[in-house]
Design a protein around this ligand. Structure first.
Ligand code: DX5
Ligand code: ZN
Length: 216
């Protein structure tokens, strides 16, 4: 199975985001991964729905929004209006995961749950049928350029196996420290989508890497 590649704009040039979107689109990216941080769930603050909405007309790419925000349920509608295609919320950020996922579906979007490195995949036991994607965080969220945490590899395999045995159509996305060295093991474990920020935007052969990931 060929993996999809979702470059994370977190490591792009924020003064030229629409050009960066064009660049990844021309170089074979499948999705655009947007990291939304609120200064509360994680220390950093990035972009919100206003910026996402202004970018929407500049790309045909599927917009994969990763909300690293507390109480994401308060912001779902605004991101839907901004034109994202998929909303992933952090399992640890809401007390009402089931309700928040149902809300995302009601808004007509695909729904994902992100699991921090220490959060077990069994957390998803009763929400699997609501999911289009599980995002296995392979670094602690909050910043690009961190080292891959290999302890999450069994979690990737567990999710892939669970999806197969339940006969579900759910993507397994892996985010954090994904690069030429770490990608083969991540794909072997069962990932179907690779997110990469610094490996794509901060290296001279980053755009070629989008194609190279698909050949692994
Ligand atoms: C981290 C973000 C990631 C980040 C990954 O909190 O969720 O999407 O951009 O960056 P790299 O690929 O540099 O680890
Ligand atoms: Zn992310």
């Amino acid at each position: 199975m060929t993996v999809k590649v979702a470059p994370s704009l977190l490591s792009a040039d924020f003064s030229r985001l629409s050009d960066e979107l064009k660049r990844i689109e021309e170089n074979g990216a499948d999705w655009a991964h947007l990291d939304i941080m609120d200064g509360h769930f994680v220390p950093s603050i990035t972009i919100g729905p206003v910026v996402v909405k202004s970018l929407r007309p500049h790309t045909k790419l599927f917009m994969d929004a990763h909300l690293m925000v507390s109480e994401p349920e308060k912001h779902l509608e605004e991101f839907a209006k901004a034109g994202v295609n998929l909303l992933t919320i952090q399992a640890e950020a809401t007390e009402h995961l089931d309700r928040a996922l149902r809300k995302i579906k009601e808004l007509g979007l695909k729904a994902g749950v992100a699991l921090n490195p220490a959060t077990p995949a069994s957390f998803l036991e009763y929400v699997w049928p609501l999911l289009d994607l599980v995002l296995v965080m392979s670094v602690n969220p909050g910043a690009g350029g961190q080292a891959f945490i290999p302890e999450v590899l069994p979690k990737i395999s567990y999710c892939a196996k669970e999806i197969r045995s339940r006969n579900l159509d759910v993507e397994v996305e892996v985010d954090g420290g994904v690069n030429r060295e770490t990608a083969p093991a991540i794909i072997r474990a069962g990932a179907s989508i690779l997110v990469a920020g610094s490996a794509i935007f901060n290296s001279s052969d980053g755009m070629e890497l989008i194609h190279d990931f698909k050949r692994l």
